[in-house]
Design a protein around this ligand. Structure first.
Ligand SMILES: Cc1cc2nc3c(=O)[nH]c(=O)nc-3n(C[C@H](O)[C@H](O)[C@H](O)COP(=O)(O)OP(=O)(O)OC[C@H]3O[C@@H](n4cnc5c(N)ncnc54)[C@H](O)[C@@H]3O)c2cc1C
Length: 378
C-alpha cells in the first residue's frame, strides 16, 4: 500500500518523500499547477505504508479545545524586521530566539531560478532572513525537509498541512522533542498557473528580462493594502489590491486554490498540530494599524514557553484566542462553481486581464439572472 491512489488530490506537503525508506517518491507539478507526490519506481515499493501513515490528507486531526489555547497580539520591537515581514515579524523573532539557542531553522525562501517558493535550512539568523515575508504560493518542501535530522534541534515553519504531516513523521521517528513546529492561519495556496501567468504578464508589460526580488505583501501602502512588488535590476513595480492587482484578486477570490484547500482542509481557525500558530491579527481590534500585528496562538507547553521568552524581542499582549482568530476563516471553503472554468483558462494561457474581465461579466450575468428569478417568484 502506498499513496499512489491519492496523488491526484492531496495537500502536496511532501512529507511522504522524506518518509519513504526506498527513496522512490518525488514531487512533480500537476496539470493544475500544484506539487503532488509521484512514485518514481513502483516496483521497488515494499508496502511499508509509511507514506500513508505520515499523510495529513488521509488522516483526521485531533480537535484542539479553544480553552487550552493561549492567544496573543505581538510584533517585533525591531522596526526593520516588522517592516520586512508580513504581519508583526513574530515568525522571524521566534526563529531568531531559537537559532541563538543552537537550533537550526527550516523556512521558506523564493527561488528566483525556478520562480517558486521552497523550504530551505538556515543555521544563522542572517541566512534565515530569506524567509521573511509570506510567499503566497505552494512551497516545494523537498529541499528543506530532506535536510531535517533526528539529532539536532529544529524549528520548522510551514502551512498547517505541512506541519501536521511532519508531526506524524517526527512521532514515528520518536524525535518530536527536538522540534518546534510553527504554522499559520492559512487561506490556501493558489495555482502556479496563476503565478506563472502573472509573472509573465508583468515581465512583458514592464520589459523585465528577469525578476530579482518579489515581495508578496509590501507594506509601503500599509499592512492592509495587499501590495505586491517585483524588482528587476534597479527597476521596481508595485501594485495593490485596490488597483486590482490580478494575483491578489484571483488568490483572494479562491477561484484557483489547490483542490485540497477547500472542503478537505482540516486546519481552519484553531485546528493545528503546531506548537505555535501565527497570522495576521485581522478583525476590529487592530483595524487601524498599518505597521502590522501578528496574531499568535500557543497550542502547547513548548509554545507557551517560547512566547514567554519572546517578550525581550517583541511587544506581546495577551488576547483571547477567539479574538486572535476573529478575522480568520471559520471553516472549510466551498469549491466555487467557477474554479473549473478558471483552471481551464489558466491551462490555456488565457491572459489574466481577459480572464478577470470574463469572470466579472459572468458574475454580473449571474446576478441579473438571480434578480429576474426573484422578481418572477414575487
Ligand atoms: C499561502 C499562505 C496563506 C496564508 N493565509 C493566511 C490567512 O488566511 N490568514 C492569516 O492571518 N495569515 C495567513 N498567512 C500567514 C501570514 O501571511 C503571515 O505569514 C503571518 O501573519 C506571519 O507573519 P510574520 O510577520 O510573523 O512572518 P513572515 O515574515 O510573513 O513569515 C512567516 C513564516 O512563513 C513561512 N512561509 C512563507 N511563505 C510560505 C509558504 N508559501 N509556505 C509555507 N511557509 C511559508 C516563512 O518561512 C516564515 O518563516 C498565510 C501565509 C501563506 C504563505
Amino acid at each position: 500500500m502506498n499513496i499512489a491512489h491519492k496523488i491526484d488530490d492531496c495537500y502536496g506537503c511532501g512529507v511522504c518523500v522524506i518518509a519513504c525508506p526506498k527513496d522512490i517518491i518525488g514531487m512533480k507539478r500537476s496539470t493544475e499547477g500544484f506539487y503532488v507526490p509521484t512514485i518514481t519506481e513502483p516496483t521497488r515499493c515494499i508496502d511499508c505504508s509509511l507514506c500513508e501513515k505520515v499523510c495529513s490528507y488521509l488522516d483526521d486531526i485531533k480537535r484542539l479545545e479553544p480553552e487550552n489555547i493561549k492567544g496573543y497580539a505581538a510584533y517585533s520591537k525591531d522596526a526593520r524586521v516588522r517592516r520586512k515581514c508580513t504581519s508583526g515579524g513574530v515568525g522571524f523573532e521566534i526563529a531568531k530566539l531559537l537559532i541563538n539557542k543552537g537550533y537550526k531553522a527550516c523556512g521558506v525562501e523564493y527561488n528566483y531560478h525556478e520562480n517558486r517558493a521552497e523550504h530551505f535550512v538556515a543555521r544563522t539568523i542572517s541566512e534565515f532572513k530569506k524567509s521573511m515575508g509570506s510567499k503566497y504560493i505552494q512551497s516545494f518542501t523537498t529541499p528543506g525537509f530532506c535536510r531535517l535530522t533526528a539529532n539536532d534541534k529544529w524549528v520548522v515553519f510551514g502551512t498547517p498541512c505541512q506541519v501536521d504531516s511532519l508531526r506524524k513523521w517526527l512521532r514515528i521517528k520518536g524525535v518530536e522533542n527536538n522540534y518546534v513546529l510553527v504554522d499559520f492561519f492559512c487561506h490556501g495556496v493558489p495555482s502556479y498557473l496563476l503565478w506563472d501567468s502573472y509573472l509573465n504578464a508583468k515581465k512583458e508589460e514592464f520589459h523585465f528580462d528577469n525578476i530579482d526580488n518579489v515581495n508578496f505583501r509590501d507594506k509601503r501602502n500599509g499592512w492592509h493594502s495587499y501590495t505586491i512588488t517585483i524588482k528587476s535590476g534597479n527597476r521596481e513595480k508595485a501594485s495593490s489590491l485596490k488597483e486590482n492587482d490580478l494575483f491578489h484578486r484571483f488568490f483572494l477570490s479562491n477561484l484557483c486554490l489547490n483542490k485540497a484547500c477547500y472542503q478537505s482542509c482540516k486546519f481552519k481557525e484553531h485546528q493545528s498540530s503546531a506548537d505555535i500558530r501565527i497570522g495576521d491579527f485581522w478583525g476590529e481590534t487592530y483595524a487601524e494599524n498599518e505597521e502590522g500585528i501578528s496574531g499568535v496562538l500557543a497550542n502547547t507547553e513548548k509554545g507557551l514557553q517560547i512566547i514567554d521568552e519572546l517578550k525581550t524581542a517583541c511587544v506581546v499582549k495577551e488576547e483571547p484566542a477567539h479574538i486572535v482568530g476573529e478575522g480568520q476563516m471559520k471553516g472549510p471553503l466551498l469549491l466555487p462553481q467557477r474554479r473549473r472554468y478558471v483552471m481551464k483558462n489558466l491551462q490555456r494561457y488565457t491572459p489574466l486581464k481577459y480572464l478577470f474581465f470574463k469572470i466579472r461579466l459572468l458574475n454580473k450575468v449571474d446576478s441579473i439572472f438571480h434578480k429576474l428569478i426573484a422578481l418572477a417568484k414575487w
